[in-house]
Write a protein that binds this ligand. Structure first.
Ligand SMILES: *Cc1c(COP(=O)(O)O)cnc(C)c1O
Length: 238
């Protein structure tokens, strides 16, 4: 078994254990493999091991990988499965067209202008772009993300856009070592999510949890965990 295949197996086991501990079904949590900085060969290796959803942070790098797989399908005999590409990185308005044309999902919408451009630029031949709003929960590492008290208004504006389907919320909390501390910002995100659902918006996605804190995220209700290092290894940005 390749290193990526055995890492994937270990991550799936962590997800299953965390789900069980939380009294949840493992199938209710989707594993997004974050392939940023890793070459296409690594994506193919993960796909051979059954992985179908990949996350990218940098627009051009992501588009290059998507384009290397025509129609979003693998052309190889071994894998002929639909691959879903998720854009999870910071998105500037001059890059929205590439994302609208090449990705299935965007997790990192933080303002209406970006959402409007993505909707306007989504090709009519493609299904609606699936989107999450990135929230700046307390202790956020960066200053990015929508303020919690502005989230409901942004949701209401996004659901009116024709070529986007609003699915949920995403956050990237500051890393913490302790399980209880890791849960705090995830719980905050879940509470915002539940308030928005109570206000009548049919969200179904909580994108939270990375290699070091996926258990805490699953304990707080994550439906997508975004895992890079634990699958592909330590990234080298050089
Ligand atoms: C890089 C990245 C990940 C993956 O992080 P790991 O710690 O390598 O699992 C997840 N989400 C976002 C937004 C990222 O930028």
């Amino acid at each position: 078994m390749s290193a990526i295949a055995s890492n994937l197996q270990a991550v799936r086991a962590r997800i299953a254990d965390a789900a069980k501990a939380a009294g949840r079904l493992p199938e209710s949590i989707q594993l997004l493999a974050v392939s940023k900085t890793w070459p296409l060969a690594c994506v193919l290796e993960a796909a051979d091991a059954g992985q179908t959803a990949f996350g990218e942070n940098y627009v051009q790098e992501g588009v290059d990988k998507v384009m290397a797989l025509p129609q979003g399908h693998f052309q190889r005999a071994a894998v002929n499965r639909q691959i879903d590409w998720h854009f999870i990185g910071p998105l500037q308005s001059n890059k929205t067209r590439l994302v609208a044309e090449h990705f299935n999902w965007v997790h990192s919408i933080e303002r209406l202008k970006i959402a409007e451009r993505l909707s306007a630029q989504r090709p009519a031949s493609l299904p609606p772009l699936q989107v999450c709003i990135q929230i700046n929960v307390s202790g956020e590492a960066s200053k990015s993300g929508c303020a919690p008290d502005a989230t409901l208004a942004l949701c209401q504006a996004i659901v009116a856009l024709p070529n986007l389907q609003l699915r949920g919320l995403m956050a990237i909390p500051e890393p913490a070592d302790d399980f209880a501390a890791q849960r705090v910002p995830f719980r905050q995100l879940r509470e915002i999510y539940e308030n928005i659902r109570a206000a009548g918006r049919p969200l179904d996605t909580l994108s939270m949890g990375m290699s070091h804190d996926l258990e805490a995220a699953i304990a707080e209700g994550a439906t997508i965990v975004r895992i890079g290092t634990a699958i592909f290894g330590e990234r080298n940005y050089a």
